[in-house]
Design a binder for this molecule. Structure first.
Ligand code: ADP
Length: 742
């Protein structure tokens, strides 16, 4: 076929325009070109939209089994690429490449341009194309220059007839834009379909969301929503009145919520809560609304996407949780109060208190217990103190462990601990009790430690005392035995002494007659001589006789005194009790003493108180007592006065014998009462006497139930005071009268 006139070209173009799709158009064009040029093989390659490869889209007379006819758009050595980029036909021989291209031997490549668009591949400058063609030894034909054309596709023809080349060039240049449009259309259609699919998928996704999703416009009207949102906000034909009301309410609530959100000025302010009604169930629903402005890219400029998260259950759970927390807090406060009270008790009890758990671990203790059982981080305990605390802990824990294994409710036991501070032993009594829960399971053990130091010390003292006591008893038994023996001996000795004394007194008493008779004879005969009855005696003889008589009289007095004393001691002085008027006795004694008083030119006075009663006593003995005291007073007084005063005294009378004589030294006041005692030998000799008078006086007074005392100032005088009871007491009476008279 030669000559392809304008009519044919117009027909071809309209036929192409009517082609159902791009592949059909491409095949049709290829067929027309092959026929025109007489080519046995032909292939149309299109530049992919990615602009990376030339890919075959229609073939003719080629083995389609051998695919892979693509050529890289950057492979400038390929005649196809050179033709396409330079928009110039290229002719040559030899291999065009592998795959489909291997079928061509003597070929013509025709470029198919398309109108330019943004991002389209640029056409290669002519000089560059010429350079490449020369290097490749291929023929570069003149280009069909069209303004704004860019590469689109190439047609490869095998051995076209020379006369057809111009027509073929013309046709390819003309049909390029049409085919490119068809290709774009096909691509757009493909895109459209996939977009619809994508939209369907997205819709499905959004509808299957459990949360209502809504897009609203500037007037808060709902533009789009998913299915869950429709259930809450969109009505249906067959809605009941109740449901319709609920929907209205929901729309109202939602719109007002959105208005408020807009007024608050920020959709980004985070989730906020929205109360809606379930139109089907009528329940209250609580949503957390997340709003997000969509902006112009996705929809109207003020469009807002709202996602409503159903938090009804969540809120209910949160409320419940809050209530639980409140309850726990309340319980905590109660427990803390109890704990504080317990602490108060623990801290104020002086005894150590410990609380242990079911596994015998100490979980609570007071300060006193801490001192014994706790090693703090920084309480600066020495190594010895720490060892003591460990030791205490071991003892206590083993006690508690044993108790924990028993079924008993309480246990009491002794334990020897030590004070960590002083190291002193600390005996304690532990009283432990189990604390049980409602199921009667032991959950804790409370132990109180009582300090037994004092008790143990008391026990020790008690033991020591007991021992001492028994030792003492033993000693007393021994001593008593000794004493009994000594007593027996003494008794025997005293009996012996008594017997000897009695013998002595009996001897003396019986001797009185024998002694007195010769002395009285001496005195009598001396008196006769002195009186001159036996003849005259001269002065010297008279003097000697006087001395002899005085000596005899002294001897007689001495013997009388000794005998009196002996009688008293031998119990042989009989008592003659009677009423004794004191003035009688005193006047008798005064008569006897008067000659001595006169001789010494002393003043003498007796003063008896008028109310003085008479005594029931032994008259002779009272006389002898007064006589002894008065004769001493006169004897030891050289000038001045001797007096007697009688006064009443409780239960008796008092008689004072007072003198202004020589007096007695204080150191001698005790000695004057002894037998034969004369305190100042030198002076007493001057006054005479036997030294027995006071001794006899005292013994007599003892017999009468009375007593005698002395007051004296040496050189000034003395006062002897006698006390006599109103009556001689009975024991004395019975003793003395019972003794019998000789
Ligand atoms: P005597 O027979 O020596 O008087 P007493 O027993 O009557 O023996 O007295 C003992 C001593 O007590 C006397 O020797 C005298 O030293 C002293 N004495 C007794 N009465 C008096 C007195 N009134 N004044 C001073 N000395 C006295």
């Amino acid at each position: 076929m030669t000559g392809f006139g304008d009519r044919e070209i117009a027909g071809l173009l309209s036929a192409l325009a009517e082609a159902p799709d791009f592949p059909a158009a491409a095949s049709f064009l290829l067929a027309e070109l092959s026929e025109l040029s007489g080519a046995s093989k032909a292939c149309l390659f299109r530049l992919e939209s990615s602009l990376e490869n030339l890919t075959p889209v229609a073939t003719l007379g080629l083995d389609t089994e051998r695919h892979n006819g693509s050529v890289s758009a950057t492979d400038l050595s390929s005649p196809l690429i050179l033709s396409m980029l330079s928009l110039s036909p290229v002719r040559g021989h030899g291999s065009l490449g592998p795959g489909l291209l291997s079928g061509f031997d003597s070929w013509l490549v025709l470029p198919m341009p398309q109108p330019g668009f943004r991002g389209a591949p640029e056409a290669m400058p002519r000089f560059r194309a010429v350079e490449l063609a020369l290097a490749r030894r291929i023929t570069l034909l003149p280009a069909d220059v069209r303004v704004g054309a860019v590469p689109f596709a190439v047609v490869v023809l095998e051995q076209p007839s020379d006369g057809s080349i111009d027509s073929a060039r013309h046709i390819s240049a003309l049909t390029g834009p049409i085919l490119s449009k068809l290709s774009a259309l096909a691509e757009a259609t493909g895109h459209g379909t996939s977009l619809v699919e994508q939209r369907d998928r997205l819709e499905l996704m959004v509808d299957s969301l459990p949360d209502p999703v809504v897009i609203t416009d500037a007037s808060n009207a709902i533009v789009a929503h998913n299915e869950r949102a429709a259930r809450l906000l969109r009505g249906r034909e067959d809605d009941s009145i109740g449901r319709r009301r609920a929907l209205e309410l929901n729309n109202l609530l939602f719109t007002s919520f959105l208005s408020k959100a807009v007024m608050a000025g920020a959709h980004q302010a985070g989730p906020r809560e929205l109360n809606l009604v379930d139109p089907d169930e009528g329940n209250d629903l609580l949503f957390e609304v997340l709003t997000h402005p969509l902006g112009e890219r996705v929809g109207p400029e003020d469009a807002v996407l709202s996602v409503l998260r159903d938090v009804t259950d969540l809120r209910r759970a949160a409320n419940e949780l809050e209530r639980q927390i409140q309850r726990v807090r309340q319980a905590e406060v109660t427990v803390r109060g109890e704990r504080d009270r317990l602490d108060l008790v623990l801290e104020n009890v002086a005894d150590p208190i410990l609380v242990t758990d079911a596994r015998s671990n100490i979980i609570l203790m007071n300060e006193q217990a801490e001192h014994l059982f706790q090693i703090g981080e920084d309480d600066g305990r020495s190594r010895r103190e720490i060892a003591t605390v460990r030791n205490n802990d071991t003892k206590f824990t083993s006690f508690i462990s044993e108790f924990a294994m028993l079924d008993d409710d309480s246990r009491r036991g002794r334990m020897s601990l030590a004070d960590p501070h002083s190291g002193v032993e600390l005996p304690v009594e532990v009283v432990s009790g189990k604390v049980r829960n409602e199921r009667r399971e032991p959950i804790a053990i409370v132990s109180v430690l009582h300090d037994l130091t004092k008790q143990v010390e008391n026990e020790r003292l008690y033991d020591a005392l007991k021992r001492l006591n028994s030792e003492l008893e033993q000693r007393i038994r021994e001593a008593t035995a000794d004493l009994a023996e000594q007593n027996a001996r003494l008794q025997w000795q005293s009996l012996e002494v008594e017997r000897a004394t009695k013998l002595k007194s009996e001897f003396l008493a019986s001797m009185s007659h024998e002694l007195r008779t010769p002395i009285n004879a001496l005195i009598g005969y001396t008196a006769l001589l002195l009186d001159g009855v036996l003849g005259d005696v001269n002065n010297r003889q008279h003097d000697a006789l006087t001395r002899g008589r005085a000596a005899a009289e002294h001897l007689l007095a001495l013997i009388n005194d000794i005998l009196d004393l002996a009688k008293i001691e031998a119990g042989k002085m009989p008592m003659h009790l009677e009423d004794v008027p004191l003035d009688d006795v005193l006047s008798e004694v005064s008569q006897q003493i008067e000659p001595m008083v006169r001789k010494k030119q002393l003043e003498y006075a007796v003063d008896i108180a008028p109310d003085c009663p008479s005594l029931y006593t032994d008259r002779t003995k009272v006389k002898q007592i007064l006589l002894n005291l008065l004769s001493n007073a006169v004897k030891f007084t050289t000038r001045g006065r001797v007096s007697v005063e009688v006064r009443c005294a409780p239960g008796g009378i008092r008689m004072d014998v007072i003198d202004t004589g020589i007096g007695i030294r204080a150191s001698d006041l005790q000695a004057i009462w002894d037998d034969f005692r004369q305190v100042d030998q030198s002076r007493t000799r001057e006054f005479g006497g036997t030294g027995l008078g006071l001794s006899i006086t005292r013994k007599l007074l003892e017999r009468l139930g009375g007593s005698v005392t002395v007051q004296s100032t040496y050189g000034e005088g003395s006062k002897f005071s006698v006390y006599l009871p109103l009556a001689v007491p009975d024991p004395t009476l019975s003793e003395l009268t019972g003794a019998g008279a000789p």
